[in-house]
Design a protein around this ligand. Structure first.
Ligand SMILES: NC(=O)c1ccc[n+]([C@@H]2O[C@H](COP(=O)([O-])OP(=O)(O)OC[C@H]3O[C@@H](n4cnc5c(N)ncnc54)[C@H](OP(=O)(O)O)[C@@H]3O)[C@@H](O)[C@H]2O)c1
Length: 289
């Protein structure tokens, strides 16, 4: 099998690429920068068929997106090109090539009034990011056999990533206070576990929508406290704040999060608890002390 990871330079794409190598899956990855990648820009349609021509994939993992939620709100036209129109072009190439498409979606397709959400709940996004990601998801699911994986608060030990846990570690090391929302609830998800579950779902030929998130439903502040406990950090640099105090450009779904019964039924297991995954990061941090 040949896999193409669109967005292999990102946090999730990187975890997928490492796992493909470990599982001996032939893999190509794309980025708009850096060596060793095929060049693909979702906002430049002509680069998409070229990548398919060069890689001829059986499986396409579409992780690329404009992921900065507030930047999407500031530039909705760019967000639509990257998160909705680009994925529609990728979907058309997959249909032409007969490749299985896996799209990476988000809990931000919901308004956060009644989470955690199941796969069949009706989406109602409250931000440009959420709306454009939902459009991308719908375009991808129109391809026969496609899978959309909805996830949230993805974290890992990856110095190249600005994920929540790397920000927490960076702020603690720099002695900087960190404002953390105390009213945004969701399910933190460890990137390597997400990658493993997605490759397993693809191998099991899962189609349609699957939620793939960790089992703990926590506020961001509770998650930060859990991380501090795992890493042996005194949590005095954390400042719990209401979302309304943070002055963010885009609205956030507050009571969000996703249910994973469908995933557990398909794979025979759920993802491990956050304390276990944070413990793996703690072990990595120890190596560098
Ligand atoms: N992280 C989360 O908490 C989270 C939560 C829910 C859903 N998701 C979804 O999961 C996916 C992966 O997230 P992530 O955390 O890995 O994001 P990330 O670390 O921010 O990586 C984003 C990736 O998108 C690529 N990209 C950005 N603009 C692009 C463009 N115009 N054309 C092609 N590629 C472009 C980047 O590649 P280059 O800049 O190298 O080109 C990078 O590989 C996204 O689809 C996101 O919406 C993430």
């Amino acid at each position: 099998m040949k896999a193409l990871i669109i967005g292999a330079s990102g946090q999730v794409g990187g975890a997928l690429a490492s796992l493909c190598v470990r599982r001996k899956i032939e893999v190509y990855g794309t980025s708009r920068k850096g060596q060793g990648f095929l060049y693909l820009d979702l906002a430049s349609p002509e680069t998409i068929p070229d990548t398919f021509e060069k890689s001829r994939p059986d499986l396409v993992l579409l992780t690329s997106a404009l992921t900065h939620v507030d930047n999407c709100e500031r530039d909705p036209a760019l967000a639509r090109r990257i998160n909705a129109e680009g994925p529609a072009l990728v979907a058309a190439e997959c249909a032409k090539a007969g490749a299985k498409l896996v799209y990476f979606s988000t809990e931000y397709v919901f308004d956060g009034k009644a989470g955690p959400y199941g796969e069949d709940d009706a989406p109602s996004p409250v931000s440009v990011y959420g709306r454009t990601k939902l459009e991308g998801e719908q375009a991808c699911l129109a391809v026969k056999g496609a899978l959309s994986v909805r996830t949230t608060v993805v974290y890992s030990h990856n110095p190249a990533s600005r994920n929540f846990i790397m920000q927490l570690i960076g702020n603690r090391r720099a002695g900087v206070k960190m404002r953390v929302p105390s009213d945004q609830y969701s399910n933190p998800t460890y990137a390597p576990e997400l990658a493993a579950a997605v490759l397993d779902l693809a191998a099991a030929d899962a189609t349609g929508i699957y939620n793939v998130v960790g089992p703990d439903w926590l506020s961001r502040y509770e998650f930060a406290l859990k991380a501090c406990e795992a890493f042996g950090f005194a949590p005095d640099f954390l400042e719990p704040k209401l979302t309304s105090e943070l002055g963010q450009a885009a609205a956030r779904p507050l009571r969000a999060g996703l249910k994973t019964e469908k995933l557990a039924k398909k794979l025979g297991h759920a993802l491990p608890p956050a304390a276990e995954s944070l413990g793996k990061i703690a072990a990595i941090l120890k190596q560098y002390e």
